[in-house]
Design a protein around this ligand. Sequence first.
Ligand SMILES: [Zn+2]
Length: 375
Amino acid sequence: MKMSDPPPGDRMGGPVVSGHRMLAVMADRSAAAPVLRPSSASGRRPAAPVLALDLGASRIRVAVVAPDGRILARRDGRTPGANGPDAVVAACIDHLRAVRDDAGPAIAGRLAGVGLSAPGPVDPRAGTLVEPPNIGPGFRDVQFAAPIGLALGLPAALERDTHVAALGELAFGVARGSRDFIYLTVSTGFGGAIVVGGRLYGGPDGMAGELGHLPVDLDGPPCGCGGRGHIEALCSGSGIARLATEAVRSGRSPALAARLAARAPGPLAGRDVAEAADAGDSEAVAIMDRARRAFAALLVGLVDAFAPERIVVGGSLADAQGERLLGPAREAVATTAFRIPRDRVQIVPAALGDDVGLVGAVPLLALRGHSTRAV
Ligand SMILES: [Zn+2]
């Protein structure tokens, strides 16, 4: 198979929504979507700078990013989630216009497109936010790429934040040169992305790879998604905080109770638990230890299932824990995963930090077929 042939089943090439094409898509959603597929996720990059937006539950971050991943201008602001979807889309457009103007007319006049990163689930083909859990009320099937692309007069491509991060690490970070790797983010939530043969694996509708909801403990605690014993319920900021709050309610941890009182009226955060564990509180130690064991068990499963070259681990909780999270996982993989994949796999921290959702806009637009636009 040539590099330029998309393999059967590759479905990540969603429509790039812009101009008359967007209107055609909106007018007849049942029509065949325009197919703009790249040679590979690590293939050619846009020859021109791109606009980038990273929508988070609390912040909107925007940037102008050069083809080599350098950030040329940036801004950020609060996400007005409580004001509803229209307010959030309008704020995104305002920030993007402002950062475009910051970059100056010479750059603004030759932008290749807008790359949009947003919390999942998203529909990358329709360019919609499907049902993001933490942004605010009324977010269901929200048109996102279309109004932003129209307002900026540029092609706009939307992907789930973890997919954009995986593309960013593949193009500019520690996954460079990988064909098969898993990206994980351990933060407030637990997210993932699967790259197979240099391509994001999205399944039939672009939504595959939600690795945070793999079960690691059948009798474990409830997960925010409604399931039970998922890795996110045990090894994420929100899951750890929930377990700690439970420990306070049942009177098992005076140290965590004191931290909760200090936070009042706010809730405990994952870092409160990590700090209490470092200070020697036995309940917090047990919660953090369980998180590390759950993470290690998950990684053994991922190594056996996918035999990846690398597992790249990002996110604020993983960054803060460092080797205390990755070390036990490496040890479990080395002792219990299948021999050939365990000897090959590298379990490494992500390289790009908070900017991964912005610099990932460059390979995202390349993936959607904007690699050859004239400068
Ligand atoms: Zn879940």
